[in-house]
Design a protein around this ligand. Structure first.
Ligand SMILES: [Zn+2]
Length: 163
């Protein structure tokens, strides 16, 4: 089924991982220094890249990353999330769309991520072929409601590419 040729389409994605000691915490491809705990995941657990990839797919009603990269498949163990995102982006381009801008919200109680805002924006932008001013990065805490999780929510605008 071919997605309707709208001038633009919106995509939304979410991802969450449990945090545990002895794991690295990577968000948007940026290793988080001083993180006491990291994401428990079958892949590298980068919740930002997973949510962005899901947002890209949802914008074109192409399903979700779990369909393309099942977490039960042995070959996906330790998978680099940049590969997942590149695959989602390739599908978007196949349908003649490109991301125009991205808004992402990371909810994490500790550590504070404010100093890494520009690094995360720059890295996500580079992976999507965008300028860093097209990637808005907001940080929230759960106010202690979910201290053992990292949660990410992402919206993306997909613009139709002519030709
Ligand atoms: Zn994930």
């Amino acid at each position: 089924m071919t997605p309707a040729p709208l001038p633009s389409r919106i995509g939304y994605g979410e991802d969450a991982h449990r945090l545990a000691q002895g794991r690295a915490l990577v968000l948007g491809g940026v290793p988080i220094p001083h993180a006491e705990r990291g994401a428990v995941a079958h892949s590298d657990g980068d919740a930002v890249l997973h949510a962005v990839a899901d947002a890209l797919l949802s914008g074109l009603a192409l399903g979700d990353i779990g369909q393309y990269y099942p977490d039960t498949a042995a070959e996906n163990a330790g998978l680099d999330s940049r590969e997942i995102l590149a695959h989602a982006l390739a599908l978007v381009r196949e349908w003649k769309y490109a991301p125009a801008n991205v808004a992402l919200v990371v909810t994490l109680d500790r550590p504070k991520l404010g100093p890494l805002r520009a690094d995360i924006a720059r890295n996500v932008a580079a992976l999507l072929g965008l300028n860093e001013t097209e990637v808005g990065v907001s940080f929230k805490t759960s106010e202690g409601l979910a201290p053992d999780h990292v949660q990410v929510r992402v919206t993306v605008l997909l613009a139709r590419v002519e030709g």
